[in-house]
Design a protein. Structure first.
Length: 734
């Protein structure tokens, strides 16, 4: 039922506030009070109401008024001035005293409008519990303004008040002519209630206070506590001794395996001296150099080189940085991570002085930072926990330890042409038709393979990582973004010349293309102009989509063939492990299957099957690795729960076990690699500000005990499952 009510109210002035429209007033200004309304502000509700005429007391002694949002598309409560508009040009935030009246968190949308049609919007996670003052910045805001992926947990207590600061606000506003503030709730399935009272504005700067002193001397979030949080150096040192006993026992319990961690309890395969793939009885396997089945259980970024965080310009966030001359001051450094990639767009604090809490904690724990000892401990841990592979971006010196199989990323960089699909998270797409791309590939492969040509411990090479094969839109503009973007370029871009040649070879002249695409193209040369906009696919002109697909097939085949040919020359004994797809298109996946030994995908989903159409993948009949997945939460310090987030730490282990179990159901999948070994810094890693609780190990070098035990149990069950499927090959018919 749609509910519409109008309530006339006036501004209630407190002793500390000015009046509506007084732009020069300072401090908090109360504009409206739901408990004691007067008649100068208009309230309109849609699919919502204020069921009681008076307020109701809370257990904390406040009096607030109930608002009920009924089941509807977007039930709302809208505040507007009775006359004219509000002048908030001297204000910094809107404030609203609000309490969630339910026993669960609610999602609240806030929209602020000005008379010229501009809008600011934010979405708030309103926690259950006592009332707080909601603060909404009056300009666009993001945790990137603070140099990180996710912002500090809310609410927080400041000067005795419980405050909830919206950290992500989008849009713009004419602050001198504010016309409305709307609270709404997206698609509630049943009636939901909040309690509200004072509504106003303030010129105070709360963002600085919200981020002050949030990191303690160990690199942990300072305003929360959790099991295992480190309070002193003695706690770290005691944990080291306890862990050594546990690791010794766990390492002794590993299943029977060859030296490359291939399982020896089943029917062996032919030994080739290097890792390879083989399909047996409908299931794909990785095979160790000694000829035993191997399911790659890996961990990404096993390294000490990704745990620093920028401190320059935001020193107030850190409560205990070392002073000059102190031993731990050795872990300061300087870098510059600024770039124009999507991962860094709009990020502040991306250069200057940094501090590495992880390395400092290693010195606190072990008395020194010894790289060889750290590698030994890390491999002890991984093997004790049931892992057998060092995944992408791990310390390259592991390759000389001859203890665990490892992989190498081919990071291809050069001055070749690139094409933007509109995502560009890690940069624009390389133009594989540019001869400089082939040269850059040759150089990258030669360097990467130089010391590993005959290394049997090398599982293989990854072509690249998460290239932007598709655009952001979930429509033909996104699906064919690479093709459309290519046609908009000038003909000095090799990819455009390749596309035009393909079209000319098919249609011969502009008249043939005009008829096929349903456009008026007076001359072929008009397609060569920069900015040419091809038509979108349509049922009436099916050739449009077919031509886009044909170009994408050519593009992807050229890309993967260039890499495969170079690897065949420099490293003929090692596997090409695919392109680590995140954004993908069928043409790229098919080309990867044609030229690579293994398909690889980064799946941040509850199950691998949710990440791609496995019916289509089965048709390709190619082994597949999930080269990134994780489950994070926000209750152990770092503010981001990762791409695949669970509600709390205790849910991460079951989520891991479920993902692995579903992967084992797919006969194509030959391995999974967890992202990543360590938690990211609370205030964001240098590369792009990511600050997730994703790790097996915290910033203090302490493993997350409950999670690790659940992971270990799931990993140790893998050989029990797979060895049952390794049967004697059926003899060939003579």
């Amino acid at each position: 039922m749609k509910v519409k009510r109008r309530l006339q109210t006036a501004v209630l002035l407190s002793a500390l506030v000015g009046f509506v429209g007084n732009a020069m007033a300072t401090g908090p200004q109360e504009l409206f009070n739901f408990v004691r309304p007067m008649d100068a502000v208009q309230v309109t509700t849609q699919d919502a109401d204020l069921p009681n005429r008076i307020g109701e007391p809370t257990p904390q002694g406040e009096v607030l008024r109930r608002v009920t949002f009924h089941p509807a598309e977007q039930p709302s409560l809208r505040l507007t001035p009775q006359n004219g508009s509000w002048d908030w040009s001297q204000q910094t935030q809107v404030s609203l005293r609000v309490q969630n009246a339910m026993d669960w968190a609610l999602t609240l949308d806030v929209l602020i409008e000005s008379t010229d049609g501009q809008r600011l919007s934010t979405r708030i996670a309103l926690p259950a519990g006592p009332a707080q003052t909601l603060l909404i910045p009056l300009q666009a805001a993001s945790p990137r303004d603070q140099g990180m992926r996710a912002g500090v947990p809310m609410p927080w207590t400041y000067k005795g008040q419980r405050l909830l600061l919206a950290d992500t606000v989008s849009g713009a506003l004419d602050l001198s002519k504010v016309s409305a503030v709307t609270l709404s709730m997206p698609q509630p399935k049943a009636a939901q209630h909040i309690l509200i009272s004072q509504f106003g504005v303030t010129d105070e700067q709360f963002a600085t206070a919200a981020y002050a002193g949030i990191v303690d001397s160990y690199g942990q979030y300072a305003r929360a506590d959790w099991p295992g949080k480190v309070k002193n150096d003695e706690q770290l040192q005691q944990a080291v001794a306890q862990e050594q006993k546990q690791l010794h026992a766990w390492l002794a319990e590993r299943p029977a395996q060859d030296k490359f961690a291939g399982w020896t309890g089943g029917q062996p395969f032919e030994a080739s001296g290097f890792f390879r793939t083989e399909k047996r009885d409908g299931r794909w396997y990785l095979v160790t150099p000694e000829g035993h089945p191997f399911y790659s259980l890996g961990v990404n970024a096993v390294t000490t080189q990704q745990s620093a965080t920028y401190v320059e310009g935001r020193e107030a966030m850190f409560a205990g940085l070392p002073q000059p001359g102190e031993a731990l001051a050795a872990y300061f450094g300087t870098s510059d991570s600024r770039s124009d990639t999507g991962a860094n767009q709009g990020r502040a604090f991306a250069s200057g002085r940094w501090f590495d809490f992880y390395k400092a904690n290693l010195q606190r724990s072990y008395g020194q930072l010894d790289p060889a000892a750290w590698r030994t401990l890390s491999q002890d841990r991984l093997q004790a926990w049931g892992f057998n592979t060092l995944g992408n971006w791990s310390d390259p010196t592991f390759g000389g330890d001859t203890r665990m199989p490892f992989s190498i990323p081919l990071s291809i960089h050069g001055d070749y042409a690139t094409i933007s699909t509109g995502v560009d998270w890690w940069g624009a797409m390389p133009d594989p038709f540019d001869p400089r791309f082939a040269m850059a590939t040759e150089r990258a492969v030669a360097i990467a393979s130089r010391d590993h040509r005959e290394n049997p411990w090398l599982l293989g090479y990854f072509a690249d990582n998460e290239l932007a094969w598709a655009g952001p839109a979930d429509d033909p503009n996104g699906r064919y973004a690479l093709a459309y973007a290519t046609l908009r370029l000038s003909t000095d871009v090799p990819a455009k010349r390749a596309f035009l040649k393909q079209l000319r070879d098919k249609y011969r002249n502009h008249n043939g293309l005009s008829r096929a695409w349903g456009i008026e193209l007076p001359a072929w040369e008009l397609m060569e102009d920069p900015g040419f906009q091809a038509p979108l696919p349509s049922a009436e002109f099916p050739a449009i989509e077919k031509d886009m697909q044909a170009f994408l097939r050519l593009y992807a085949a050229t890309y993967f063939k260039t890499i495969a040919d170079s690897l065949d020359w420099h490293a003929p004994n090692h596997l090409l492990l695919g392109g680590r797809f995140a954004s993908s298109i069928p043409e790229a996946v098919n080309a990867c299957a044609e030229f690579c030994d293994v398909l690889s995908f980064n799946f941040y989903t509850r199950e691998p099957q949710h990440g791609y159409d496995f019916a289509a993948l089965r048709q390709l009949d190619k082994p597949l690795m999930v080269t990134e997945f994780h489950f994070g939460s926000r209750d152990r310090g770092p503010f981001w729960g990762g791409v695949a987030e669970v509600y709390k730490e205790e849910e991460r282990g079951p989520a891991y076990a479920h993902f692995l179990a579903k992967a084992l159901e797919e006969p194509q999948i030959v391995g999974l690699h967890w992202f990543q070994y360590l938690d990211q810094p609370v205030t964001g890693r240098l590369l792009d500000g990511e600050n997730g609780h994703l790790g097996l190990v915290g910033i203090t070098d302490r493993p997350w005990d409950g999670f690790v035990k659940a992971v270990r149990k799931a990993n140790l069950d893998v050989p029990k499952t797979l060895l049952e499927t390794v049967s004697t090959p059926v003899p060939a018919v003579p």
